[in-house]
Write a protein that binds this ligand. Structure first.
Ligand code: UDP
Length: 240
């Protein structure tokens, strides 16, 4: 079996991916499928940090558009990410994978606070660390949280797991002729406004040299092939 090409990764899963075919919430079968993919990485000896979004439950911008205070809405969004994190923790635990949730908002009766040094200790002990509540600040996204934490914990790679195969010139679902980019620079992604991650997240990766892979989480085994060093999805790196 090929050894993993990365020692420590941060995997970003959108909340929406957890809905499966549903309109909101969590599909337990999808959750288990993703958990098995994560377990596969841990079994290979890879240190795995996870950031899970909350879009399947709540996004702050939604009710803000209808008059709700944006900060309150974003706090609700961050709490939604905690719910997804707890669901993933439970599923990984049932598969026998050690895991802990660390939250950027203080909710000590539910999970640990995010403390970088503690997160590193958990990772080194082979525990999956689920980083919940985004950055802990309103007006940010979990994409930005993923970039920030990947840099903080010294991940070798940030993986954005999505529903499409990688980065395209346009949405391949609505525009089947869209061009696939196997490799692209942060600056091109920003210039062309490509749907990689939001600009804050990309700029953080660019300025700190954090390589980013965008791949399809619904393709069975793709994550494990990527971790073994195969050229899966799109790679976003420095360049012109
Ligand atoms: N959020 C926030 N600060 C953060 C991360 C998230 O306020 O650092 C809130 C924001 O309202 C966001 C919601 O949490 O809409 C859910 O996160 P996100 O939209 O990134 O989830 P995803 O699209 O990945 O499911």
């Amino acid at each position: 079996m090929t050894a993993p090409a990365y020692r420590r990764i941060l995997l970003k899963l959108s909340g929406e991916a957890l809905m499966g075919a549903g309109a909101h919430g969590i599909d337990p079968d999808v959750l288990e499928r993703f958990a098995r993919e994560v377990k596969g990485l841990v079994d290979l000896g890879v240190q795995v940090a996870l950031v899970i979004g909350g879009g399947n439950i709540f996004r702050g911008s939604g009710l803000a558009a209808r008059g709700m205070d944006r900060v309150t809405g974003d706090q609700m969004g961050m709490l939604a990410t905690v719910m997804n994190a707890l669901a993933m923790q439970d599923t990984l635990e049932r598969l026998g994978t050690p895991v802990c949730v660390m939250s950027a908002l203080r909710i000590g009766q539910v999970c640990e606070d995010y403390i970088r040094r503690r997160a590193l200790l958990h990772l080194e002990r082979g525990c999956v660390v689920i980083l919940a509540a985004g950055t802990g600040n309103p007006f940010f996204t979990t994409d930005s949280a993923a970039s920030l934490r990947a840099i903080e914990i010294g991940a070798d790679l940030l993986i954005k797991a999505t529903k499409v195969d990688g980065v395209y010139s346009a949405d391949p679902v609505t525009e089947p002729g869209a061009t696939f980019y196997p490799r692209i620079s942060y600056d091109q992604a920003l210039r062309e406004g490509l749907k990689v991650m939001d600009a804050t997240a990309i700029v953080l990766c660019r300025d700190h040299g954090m390589p980013l892979r965008v791949m399809n989480i619904n393709e069975p085994g793709a994550l494990s092939r990527l971790i073994r060093g195969e050229d899966v999805g799109s790679l976003v790196v420095s360049g012109s």
